[in-house]
Ligand binder design. Structure first.
Ligand SMILES: Nc1nc2c(ncn2[C@@H]2O[C@H](COP(=O)(O)OP(=O)(O)OP(=O)(O)O)[C@@H](O)[C@H]2O)c(=O)[nH]1
Length: 965
């Protein structure tokens, strides 16, 4: 039955490796510990090891190896068993003195205590690689008996090194030996131990008294315990194998102890064949007085590192003398540094310190040498810091635990001149810190910056006045209507009060209040919406009965619809003769507003702002809508609202008109609005009267804020000024981070539309269409509506004729819409606003292209491989008719530069009237490649002669854009 190597090892209490080695030596084919061994081989190994155990018992009474006879019986199967090198195999007495009396084995390893491998007692010494140990030949087979000298030279007269006569025992390199100088000529006399320690009383290891010869670590010496207190008695061989008949390496018989590489051992030559008798020292130096390590006096043979050797703790008396200390003791001695060694090391360290000081002094000559040089300066500076946004040099230095000067210096290296109080933007701070090995994390305290909305219990809600905004086309009578309402419906008690413009006011009708935002037009409405403030409950759409629906009327309708605010139409100027209210109602239906009398749900009230006709009816209608909509709020809670208007008053400081939407604002409350905060010192209503409280839907002018907040900012009352300060400082940090990032609030764009649709972010694709003619708006609108899919609905929220203006951009921003311009251009203001608001604005000359782009964007196939870049604009100042060349426009370049290679388009009143190729570009009579801003030039356009004074010629190039999808 076969058995695996590891199983056999376990059985025999051997390591698998050892078993494998033995099996291989026996000729068994084993590769690893999982290899199988057949029964026969396993038994062979068992028997072999068993035999050793027996032999071990026999060898129990053997003495030290020096006295052991070398036998030839230990040779088995022709294999030599001694695992030791010749040096190891040499008897102790025959070994040369090397390094102060330690007689090392091969490679200077200590031999003496005859411990087997791993400290186990060794007993009978097997020969090297199992070679018989017996006759103890000298190195390289020289007979040991006759003690030949070095390289076989006769031993008789005991020649010294290189055959020199031994007689007078010359010292190293032939120096006279007489007074036996020690290493480097030091006197040998009193035989000091290692490093000059006195040798005399032979103290034991670490100065312990030597007397009773204690064993290792002071254990009694009596029974001579082996390594780690194991009994020395039977002296097991390598790895606990029985020692008895002195088997050679791998269990081979030991017998006659051959010399190195099987040479006879006999005459016991010294190291490298030198005669043993005279015992030459290391490298042939005369041995006589046995100099110590490095020539120090050997006298009583100091132990390792100067420890006295004499009594040899745990050691049998050495026949050859000078046996090295136990390896165990060496190990121990290495661990525990002798006192004098420590002292030396200290002195060395001190010396190093002084040297370092000197080096430092040389490097920085102006610096005083430091008295105490710290051994190790621990770097306690943080390696990672968190900032909330831009940060001053001083604050950054303190966060980095560095001196501000260091940072300023580093900034200078980076080419930034900064003062200690200078604010560093996040990017600069990050680079600076990075240069100093510190990473920066920007984490704005948004949790503080954003105030959590208090959810009111429905039971606490009470009806509040509706908030109304008046919108409509220019000159249709918005201001007149607001004035009419204000003047006709002030309460008696208010009469005589000086009406102030604070941006909003309240009127009372039938005991019920209505709040009007006193900012006619949708611009304020949309800009507030763009900031997320939805303050309006009801929109009054003013349409002049004599004019009908006009572009801004349509915009207003679409704004109100986008904000999902109910619309009440005030058909104004009905006092006028040419007023046709029915026409207005008719037109309204085209925009989804069907008046009630025609079966719809849109309330339309014919009014006259001039004659105040039907103003009351209009107000009643507002109350009716409010009643249906049930505008409610909880007045018994800390106030929250919106800043309607704010300004810096010379006398009052920052003042803000706040429309309270929830709760009640009181004098003394601490409020936060954007980055402004403060305790409310005074409150005024629209009549300029001081009030102590302001409930839901009441507009009041408040004083006491730290700075002027922006219109549209939410306004909150907080617990105390400390919290208010924390909130605003956190908001300031957020604002700085956002400013430093210069991030644009990215709205939906055709570029990322598909991604957003996929992510479910977009369900409605809001589109604003602006075109040169209404027909194009309608055509585009109808085509786009047909693109709606199950995933996304195309929703043209606004369409109009004319240039793309700022209002369009604000509506797009508020409604997250895309603007499609067909044959129109954005005005300068609109273009800048679009960039600021991140509104995607696309211009087309062909309706089909616009539809295809939207379609492609919705399916993720948009390929805007080219993007139009306007490089310059020129204003046509004069038109020349040049024979053969046609019409040439004498222009002034007003923006950028006109490139000869660019394409051009002619724009008249923001409408593109021609797009084509430039035929000529001249500066006076010379052809020009480009003409820069502020210079005159002549532009000829290929096949186009209708250019007129006042036209704008726009030069543009098409740049390739890499797809990001
Ligand atoms: N006959 C008549 N004229 C009116 C009426 N309402 C306003 N107007 C006149 O129309 C003109 C424009 O009125 P505004 O109130 O300034 O119109 P608006 O819409 O506020 O104009 P913008 O502020 O420019 O947008 C003024 O001359 C008013 O006198 C009305 O009911 N009847």
């Amino acid at each position: 039955m076969s058995i695996r190597v590891h199983e056999l090892a376990k059985e025999l209490n051997f390591s698998s490796k050892e078993v494998m080695t033995r099996l291989v030596a026996m000729g068994t084919d084993v590769k690893n510990h999982l290899s199988t061994v057949d029964q026969k081989d396993a038994d062979r190994l068992r028997n072999q090891l068993k035999g050793k155990e027996t032999n071990l018992e026999h060898s129990e009474h053997k003495n030290t190896e020096e006295t052991r006879p070398m036998t030839t019986e230990s040779v088995q199967d022709g294999e030599l068993k001694d695992p030791r090198s010749a040096m190891e195999r040499q008897p102790q007495s025959a070994r040369p003195e090397i390094e102060g009396g330690r007689r090392p084995g091969a490679e200077g390893r200590p031999q003496a205590p005859r411990q087997g491998n791993q400290g186990q007692p060794q007993g009978p010494r097997p020969g090297y690689q199992g070679q018989p140990q017996g006759p103890r030949s000298g190195s390289q087979g020289q007979p040991q008996g006759s003690r030949p000298g070095y390289q076989g030279q006769p031993q008789g007269p005991r020649p010294g090194y290189q055959g020199q006569p031994q007689g007078p025992r010359p010292g190293y390199q032939g120096q006279p030996q007489g007074p036996r100088p020690g290493y480097q000529g030091q006197p040998q006399g009193p035989r000091p131990g290692y490093q000059g320690q006195p040798q005399g009383p032979r103290p034991g290891y670490q100065g312990q008294p030597q007397g009773p010869r204690p064993g290792y670590q002071g254990q009694p010496q009596g029974p001579r315990p082996g390594y780690q207190g194991q009994q020395q008695g039977p002296r097991p061989g390598y790895q606990g194998q029985p020692q008895g008949p002195r088997p050679g390496y791998q269990g081979q018989q030991q017998g006659p102890r051959p010399g190195y590489q099987g040479q006879p051992q006999g005459p016991r030559p010294g190291y490298q064949g030198q005669p043993q008798g005279s015992r030459p020292g290391y490298q042939g130096q005369p041995q006589g007085p046995r100099p110590g390590y490095q020539g120090q006096q050997q006298g009583p043979r100091p132990g390792y590192q100067g420890q006295q050797q004499g009594a040899r703790p745990g050691m049998p008396p050495r026949a050859g003398g000078g046996a090295p200390p136990s390896p165990v003791i060496i190990e121990q001695a290495k661990r525990q540094m002798p006192a004098n060694k420590k002292a030396q090391d200290k002195a060395y360290e001190r010396k190093r310190e002084i040297e370092k000081e000197r080096e430092n002094a040389i490097r920085s000559p102006h610096r005083r040498p430091q008295k105490h040089v710290k051994k190790e300066v621990k770097d306690t500076t943080p390696k990672h810091i968190v900032i909330q946004g831009s940060i001053s040099v001083q604050d950054l230095a303190s966060k980095m635990s560095r001196k501000a000067g260091e940072l300023i210096k580093q900034l200078m290296n980076l080419g930034v001149m900064a003062t200690i109080n200078q604010e560093l933007d996040v990017e600069t701070a990050t680079i600076l810190a990075g240069e100093m090995g510190v990473t920066i994390e920007v984490k704005a305290e948004k949790s503080l910056a954003v105030i959590e909305e208090i959810q009111d219990d429905p039971q606490d809600l009470v009806t509040r006045p509706p908030v109304v905004t008046v919108m409509g086309h220019v000159d249709h009578g918005k201001t007149s209507l607001l004035d009419a309402i204000r003047t006709t419906h002030v309460t008696a008690s208010e009469a005589g009060g000086i009406t102030q413009h604070i941006g909003a006011y309240q009127v009372e009708i039938n005991g019920q209040k209505i709040t009007f935002l006193d900012t006619p037009g949708h611009e304020a409405f949309t800009s507030m919406r763009a900031r997320g403030a939805q303050v309006t409950d009801i929109a009054i759409l003013v349409v002049a009965a004599d004019d009908g629906i006009m572009p801004q009327t349509i915009e207003a309708i679409n704004h109100a619809k986008a904000a999902e605010v109910p619309i009440i139409v005030a058909i104004n100027k009905i006092d006028k003769e040419n007023a046709v209210p029915e026409k207005v109602k008719q037109e309204l239906t085209e925009y989804g507003l069907v008046v009630e009398e025609w079966g719809g749900d849109t309330i339309a009230v014919p009014v006259s702002a001039k004659s105040h006709h039907n103003i009351e009816q209009l107000l009643e209608m507002i109350l009716l809508v409010a009643e249906v909509r049930e505008y409610k709020a909880n007045p018994n809670r800390p106030a929250a609202g919106t800043v309607i208007e704010a300004e810096l008053d010379k006398g009052k400081g920052p003042v803000a008109t706040v429309l309270v939407s929830k709760g009640t604002l009181n004098i003394g409350d601490v409020a936060v609005a954007g980055c402004a905060y403060g305790r409310i010192k005074a409150m005024l209503d629209e009549k300029g009267r001081r009030v102590k409280k302001a409930g839901p839907s009441m507009p009041v002018e408040v004083q006491g804020l730290s700075e002027v907040p922006e219109a549209g900012e939410p306004f909150y009352v907080v617990a105390d000024e400390k919290l208010a300060r924390q909130i605003t400082s956190a908001r300031i940090a957020v604002r700085k981070v956002e400013e430093s990032k210069q991030s644009v609030a990215v709205k939906v764009s055709l570029e990322d539309l598909f991604d957003k649709i996929k992510e479910g972010e977009i369900k409605d694709l809001n589109i604003i269409i602006k075109a040169d003619v209404q027909g194009s708006v309608e055509a585009l609108k109808q085509s786009l509506l047909r693109l709606s899919t199950g995933e996304v609905r195309v929703n043209p929220i606004h369409g109009g004729v004319g240039a793309i203006n700022k209002t369009d951009i604000m509506l797009a921003s508020a409604s997250n819409a895309i603007i499609l311009g067909f044959n129109v251009r954005p005005d300068a203001n609109a273009k800048a606003t679009a960039e600021l608001e991140g509104v995607d604005l696309r211009l087309y000359r062909v309706i089909y292209d616009a539809i295809e782009d939207v379609k492609a964007a919705m399916t993720g196939l948009l390929d805007p491989s080219f993007k139009e870049v306007v490089v310059g604009k020129a204003e046509v100042r004069m038109v020349f008719k040049v024979p053969k060349a046609g019409t040439v426009a004498g222009c002034m370049v007003t923006e950028g530069k006109i490139l000869r290679s660019a394409k051009v388009r002619v724009i008249r009143d923001s409408i593109v009237i021609h797009e084509g190729v430039m035929e000529s570009l001249k500066r006076f009579k010379d052809d020009a490649k480009e003409v820069a801003e502020g210079y005159e030039c002549g532009i000829g356009i290929e096949k186009y002669n209708d250019v007129k004074e006042g036209d704008t010629i726009e030069a543009f190039v098409m740049e390739e854009v890499k797809r990001t999808l």
